[in-house]
Structures are given as structure tokens and as C-alpha cells.
Design a protein around this ligand. Structure first.
Ligand code: APR
Length: 231
């Protein structure tokens, strides 16, 4: 039986695809007041601004491509049962071919009905923009994004997956946002944990830090994991 390889990714995973991270110098939150464009209060105050922010993100995403890191993770499905838990709202893991992708913070290419949170719609080019008055099948919609101040409904299944990991890998996240960052603490004690990030946050003792960008770091990880399988 294949071992269960669980990967937690953050914005750094997609940095080399040209999508900006949030908290690095020149990150998204340097350029936009986060509580205006990504909070429940901000959306209530100025929904038009929030729609515009995510319309702009969508236009950038359709021009971006999965990088070698995304592709190598999808490739590891040949040797492992790979589960990706991502904080990213982009669809680059899916486009790279990963089969199991859980989005903790929502999905950029989707919007959902304001009067029915279970009803989502996937936007397709060229219709990537929404406004507060957009109607889809008769519903007003909002970005399918978990705003700050909102609950993170996917954390429960993510905890279950993390607690079943045989190997746990963290890639490209500052581990500054909860509950996502807490997933590390649900990994069983004897399970190896790797953390790929060129500028890693502090992590518990015992975590193997690979201080490299995602593209190079996933290649290093692959080498380590496949050597362990052979031995
Ligand atoms: N490869 C790997 N990691 C990188 C790269 C790269 N090429 N470039 C930058 N990084 C790392 C940074 O060193 C940093 O640790 O990516 C991390 C990005 O951190 P954040 O910008 O804080 O992004 P993230 O951790 O994903 O943010 C979590 O916060 O604003 C919210 O909802 C948003 O999902 C997001 C959450």
C-alpha cells in the first residue's frame, strides 16, 4: 500500500508562477489594506471594491501556469497517496494534475450565491468579473473566498487528513494564519515533517527545513523521499 504524503501549501508555492505572496516585501498585503479587500467587514462596507480585487486576481491567474514544483507534487502520486491541503485560492495544483486538493481558503475561480452558501458557480473566460449586482441563475454572488473574520469550514477534513499522514510537508507559507498553521500539530509524533521555504518561519524542533524555493525544494524533497523508499 502506498504511504500517505500530505502537503500543506501556501502562497510561496505559486510565487514562481508569478503570483504574489501576501506577507513578503511587495506582497499583496503591502499594496492593499487587507481588512478592506479580504474581510467580512470590508465586504459589508464596500462590496464593489472586494469584487474588483478578486476580478483582478482572476485575470492574473488565467495567465499563470503551474511551476515545476506543482508538477513534481502531482508526479509523486506514482509513489505516494498524495493529499494537497492548500491555503491558496489559485487552481495551479489542479492544473498540474494533482488529484486530491483541499482548498482551506476558498477558490478564486468560483463565486457563490449570497442567499445559498452551498451553491457555487465556476467562472470561465472571458466572463471572469463580477460586481455586487451580477446575477447568475438569478442569484447575487460573492467571491468563494474565506474572508478574515469568517469560519474555515474545510479545517475539519484537513485535520483528519493531517492526522493520517505518513509524511507531512509544508511548502511556502509563513504559518502566520490560523487555523491552517495549526495543522502541523495534528501530525502523529513519529511522522517525518519537511518544510520547504527560502525564508522559513520558526517551526517546532524535529522539522527538517529545506531552505529553497518551491521548484528546487520539491526536487530535493522528491530525492529524499524516493531514496528512503529504495532503502
Ligand atoms: N518558494 C517557496 N516559498 C516561498 C517562495 C518560493 N519561491 N517565495 C516566497 N516564499 C515563502 C515566504 O518565505 C513566506 O514564508 O512563502 C511564504 C508566504 O507567506 P505569506 O505571504 O504569509 O502567505 P501564506 O502563508 O500562504 O498566507 C496564508 O494568509 O492572507 C491570507 O488567506 C491568505 O491563504 C493566505 C494566508
Amino acid at each position: 500500500m502506498k504511504k500517505k504524503l500530505v502537503i500543506l501549501t501556501g502562497a510561496g508555492m505559486s510565487a514562481e508562477s508569478g503570483l504574489r505572496t501576501f506577507r513578503d516585501a511587495d506582497g499583496l498585503w503591502e499594496n492593499y489594506p487587507v481588512m478592506d479587500v479580504a474581510s467580512a467587514d470590508g465586504f459589508a462596507r464596500n462590496p464593489a471594491l472586494v469584487h474588483k480585487f478578486y476580478n483582478d486576481r482572476r485575470r492574473q491567474l488565467i495567465d499563470a501556469l503551474p511551476n515545476a514544483g506543482h508538477i513534481a507534487l502531482a508526479d509523486l502520486e506514482r509513489q505516494f497517496d498524495v493529499y494537497v491541503i492548500t491555503q491558496n485560492v489559485d487552481d495551479l495544483h489542479e492544473r498540474a494534475g494533482s488529484s486530491h486538493v483541499l482548498h482551506l481558503h476558498g477558490e478564486l475561480m468560483k463565486v457563490r450565491a449570497i442567499d445559498d452558501p452551498d451553491l457555487t458557480f465556476t467562472l470561465t473566460p472571458p466572463d471572469l468579473s463580477t460586481t455586487p449586482s451580477t446575477l447568475i441563475d438569478g442569484h447575487r454572488v460573492r467571491p468563494h473566498i474565506v474572508f478574515f473574520q469568517e469560519a474555515v469550514p474545510m479545517i475539519e477534513p484537513a485535520i483528519e487528513i493531517a492526522s493520517e499522514a505518513d509524511v507531512f510537508v509544508v511548502i511556502g507559507t509563513s504559518l502566520a494564519v490560523y487555523p491552517a498553521a495549526s495543522l502541523l500539530y495534528y501530525v502523529r509524533p513519529s511522522v517525518p515533517i519537511f518544510y520547504i521555504d527560502p525564508n522559513p518561519a520558526s517551526v517546532p524542533e524535529g522539522v527538517t527545513v529545506i531552505r529553497e524555493p518551491a521548484t528546487k525544494g520539491v526536487a530535493t524533497l522528491r530525492h529524499i523521499l524516493l531514496s528512503a523508499l529504495d532503502s
